[in-house]
Every structure is written in C-alpha cells, then in structure tokens.
Design a protein around this ligand. Structure first.
Ligand code: PMP
Length: 373
C-alpha cells in the first residue's frame, strides 16, 4: 500500500502555517504597518516618473546586476565613510535579511534574537533551514547585556538579528550593547536592523558608527519607513565588503529590476524632502506616548514611528473597537499590548478619540491593575 501524502506536497514544517501579513483593510485611518503617512510631492512624483520613462526603452535588457549608481547613492546617503563596496541592496530589507540567512545560516547553524522581536525573523530562519533561538528582553524591553553575552557564547549563533529601534517595542540599542554583541558573537554575523533608524531620539547613535571596529557587524536599513517609499521595495545594508561579496553567491540573477533601481536613485536625489517629515513624526510620536501615559496606560519608550501600549485584559476587543470606529492598528507584541503607527495629526486625533471611547469599557490586564505606569 502506498502512503498517502497531503496535497500540495509542502515541506512538513510549512504545513498549516498562515502566510505572514497584517490585515489589509480599507478603513479611513490606517496606523498598522509603520508606513510614513506622507506621500511624495508632485515634484518628486514627476522626477520618479521621468526616471522610469528613461529606463523603459531598455526594458528588453537585463538591469545592471551590480546596481552601481544606486550603491553609490546609498553610500553617500549613509555617510560615516561607507563606500559603495560596503553596500548591498535588495527588494526590501526583508529580502536583504533573508539573503543574509541564506548565505550565513543554513542546516546545522542557528540564528538568534531577543523577544519581543520582529516577527519575520523566525520566518527567515525557517525558510533558510536555520535553527531559531530566542532569548528574552527585560520588563522594560531593554537588553540584559550579561545574559545576552552568555546566551551568545553558549550557542555560537551564525547570525544574531537585533532590530534597533526594535519592532514592536520601539526600543533602541545603546552603542555599548552593539559592541558587546559583536564581541560575543566571534565569527557570527551581528545584524543591527535599523529599519526605523532615522526616527531615533536625539542622543541615540546609529550602529553605523561602529562599523569600522567590528568586521562581523551588518547594519540593515530600508527606504520603506522614514524615506516614505514602502511601495518601491528597497532595503539595503552596510557591512564589510567581504560580507557583500558573500551575499552575491545567493542572490537571484538581476534581483533588482531596472525600474526599482531607477525609482530608488531618483528618490535618493530628493532625500531631504522625503525625509523632511521625520522630525514632525517624531514630535507626533512623543505626543502620542505622553497622551497614552496620561490615560494611565503602560507605554514603551519609543525611538521609532510607532508606539506599543497596553496592557488590556482583551486586546483583541480593543483592536476591534478601534476598527469599528475606522481606526486600524496592529494586534502584536506581548500579551495585552497593542501597537499604533504614527500618522498625520488628524489621524492621531481620530485614534485618540476612538481609544477614549473604547477604553470606557476595556478592562486592564490583571497584572497591571495595581501598577499603572
Ligand atoms: N525590519 C523591521 C524591524 C521591520 O519592522 C520591517 C518592516 N515592518 C522590516 C525590517 C522590513 O521592511 P522592508 O522589507 O519594507 O524594508
């Protein structure tokens, strides 16, 4: 008798798994995927359109495999002495990090992060057949450096993935933490994922400053957040040239389309304008943190363009209550917490109004009743 195999013949570990993704719902106030709420100006739109037109006549040819002009532009944008040989880019930083795990992870190797952490990391590990290990952050979502060092030394991960600022908590890593992780990791790669790096509060430096000191440090960035270009799908990293060379082995041929390259190069020319709203968004974020605290909620300090707050006995009911009032936020993070992305002032006002109404009938998490912060 032949054994019957389920159809389609998925890998065992993928069977029954829901694809990752926040609900894409058509509601008036969308504060759920940490986008920049401000679209490009007509001037930037025209320049991007002209750049696409200029390459359209050559779309019968494959694009520049080495995305030379884009690399140069990204290196200039990053500063800190970063050269084009130290830059790699792909279709979103999601793809950059998957490539890192394809190159440096794999069977018999492990990747490590500290929870709560970005929920895609275990998926990169699974898809690259890398073991996945997770330590814990402290109550305030900071990292206990001694415990982190011990865990890394014990397991020798091939890749350590650290979002800074962290998603979903908004917590940035101090530079001494990056140095400790890089030293503890030895030959392992330490990826500091600065997807939200441009939103850091004053006085929080970027890990880019430490690149010259640690050959195993990779700083990942994206044009999706501060740069207001999530739709273009462009992520990138800065690292030692030999790390960029290694990724070439696993990248798909011509992975960055001519259209993507043209759009990103044109957008970089307008960096000051596209990034021009970052200060405003940081101000709006700080006001959001203060307001949520005034409501007696627990709120994580945030260096990003979102805020984690709670804790509710039934966070799903709060999420649904907001949605019923036209405000979509994200049900993510540890038990009882919710995450709101920072939008325009009118959107934040709608969020505050809706939450005020919903909270009239939303019991707090049992553990928080005595200790609102
Ligand atoms: N890293 C973190 C921490 C993120 O939150 C996100 C997006 N939510 C990404 C990476 C990926 O962003 P993208 O692929 O758009 O660059």
């Amino acid at each position: 008798m032949t054994a019957t195999r389920p159809w389609p013949p998925l890998r065992d570990e993928l069977r029954g798994i829901e694809p990752y993704g926040a609900p894409q719902l058509d509601v008036p106030v969308q504060l759920n995927v940490n986008e920049n709420p401000y679209g490009p100006s007509p001037r930037v739109v025209a320049d991007i359109a002209a750049a696409v037109t200029a390459v359209a006549g050559d779309l019968n040819r494959y694009p520049d495999r080495e995305f030379t002009e884009l690399r140069q532009g990204l290196a200039t944008y990053l500063g800190h002495g970063v050269t084009p040989e130290q830059v790699w880019a792909a279709n979103g930083s999601n793809e950059v990090m998957l490539q890192l795990l394809q190159a440096f992870g794999g069977p018999g190797r492990c990747a490590l992060s500290f929870a709560p952490t970005y929920s895609m990391y275990p998926e990169y590990a699974r898809d690259s057949v890398t073991d996945w290990l997770v330590g814990r952050r402290e109550e305030d979502f900071s990292l206990d450096l001694d415990a982190a060092r011990d865990l890394i030394v014990e397991h020798s991960p091939a890749v350590v993935l650290m979002p800074s600022p962290n998603n979903p908590t908004g917590t940035a890593l101090p530079p001494e933490a990056v140095a400790v992780l890089c030293e503890a990791a030895g030959d392992g790669i330490v990826v500091v994922d600065e997807a939200y790096g441009e939103f850091r509060r004053a006085g929080t430096p970027s890990a880019l400053e430490l690149l010259p000191e640690h050959r195993n440090l990779v700083v990942s960035r994206t044009m999706s957040k501060a740069f207001a270009l999530a739709g273009a799908r462009l992520g990138y990293l800065a690292a030692a040239p030999e790390i960029c060379d290694a990724i070439r082995v696993v990248r798909l041929p011509y992975h960055l389309s001519a259209v993507t390259q043209a759009v990103a190069v044109a957008a970089l020319r307008h960096a000051p304008e596209l990034l021009g709203r970052v200060d405003e968004l940081r101000g709006e974020r700080d006001r959001c943190v203060a307001w949520l605290r005034e409501q007696g909620l627990r709120v994580a300090d945030s260096d990003a363009n979102f805020v984690l707050f709670g804790r509710f006995a039934d966070r799903h009911a709060v999420w649904q209550g907001l949605l019923d009032r036209g405000v979509l936020i994200r049900e993510t993070g540890p038990d009882g917490w919710l995450r709101v992305s920072v939008g325009m002032p009118a959107e934040m006002a709608a969020f505050r109004r809706a939450l005020t109404e919903v909270m009239e009938n939303a019991p707090r998490h049992a553990d928080d009743e005595e200790d609102p912060r």
